[in-house]
Design a protein around this ligand. Structure first.
Ligand code: THU
Length: 140
């Protein structure tokens, strides 16, 4: 992935974070998922008064893409912090999102966990979810 693409993807994640619906945790997250065809799908966290239905930003982006027929991805950028604050920690995808992404991205999906456009950790889904269980495990 080119340096420019990373910056653009992180910027898209920050823009998506602006749309976060997080009146309970006040922790706003944005994600930008880059498809192999170059399309970018963004998502934010969407909370619920019943708490359990809450959807993370990463899965919002993933489900938007898959529901549009796009299932092959190369990278995802994730940003998160409390409303009105800048985080000292990067936001790493939760366990459920790692599993959901693994279904389509596999271990090679690049994950950018960013504090700013220039300050980020770059890793892979395989690092975040070693020995991930995926479609191949169910293949004959
Ligand atoms: N959240 C995400 O959207 N993505 C993550 O990677 C971590 C957590 C959301 C869920 C909830 O709305 C809020 O952040 C606090 O957990």
């Amino acid at each position: 992935m080119a340096e420019y693409d990373k910056t653009a993807l992180i910027r898209a994640a920050f823009a998506a974070r602006e749309k976060a619906y997080a009146p309970y945790s006040h922790f706003k997250v944005g994600a930008a998922l880059l498809a192999q065809n170059g399309q970018v799908f963004t998502g934010c966290n969407i909370e619920s008064a019943a708490y359990t239905p809450t959807n993370c930003a990463e899965r919002t982006a993933l489900f938007k893409a898959v529901s549009e027929g796009i299932t092959e991805f190369s990278a995802i950028a994730v940003v998160g912090s409390r409303e009105g604050e800048v985080n000292t920690l990067v936001t790493a995808p939760c366990g459920v999102c790692r599993q959901a992404l693994f279904e389509f991205g596999g271990p090679d999906l690049i994950v950018l966990m960013a504090k700013s456009e220039t300050d980020y950790i770059e890793t892979t889904l395989g690092q975040l979810l070693p020995y991930g269980f995926g479609p191949k495990n169910l293949a004959e």
